[in-house]
Write a protein that binds this ligand. Structure first.
Ligand SMILES: [Zn+2]
Length: 88
């Protein structure tokens, strides 16, 4: 039995696999055929593509780590005594 073009529900369930290239070639081809005739699913794929790009573009939380290091340096500095303290 040869499966037909997937429904909108099936496309929405498989959209991540479709974008990741995890669908079998025949399934991918049928999904593309569905997308050709379905603007709603094309929009869905477009939005998933945007979300994927946004997630991939987020840098690691380097700023937080840097702020923590700076805070610890300052704490260590102040714990060692004030440098401007006048000599007796
Ligand atoms: Zn559809």
């Amino acid at each position: 039995m040869f499966p037909g073009i997937p429904t909108c529900v099936e496309v929405s369930q498989e959209v991540t696999d479709y974008l990741e290239g995890d669908l079998p070639a025949w399934r991918r081809a049928l999904t593309r055929m569905h997308l050709l005739g379905c603007s709603a699913c094309r929009e869905l794929v477009r939005q998933f593509t945007l979300v994927k790009g946004a997630v991939a573009g987020v840098p690691p939380a380097a700023d937080d780590a840097l702020a923590q290091d700076t805070r610890q340096d300052l704490l260590a500095h102040f714990a060692g005594g004030a440098p401007d303290e006048p000599d007796p």
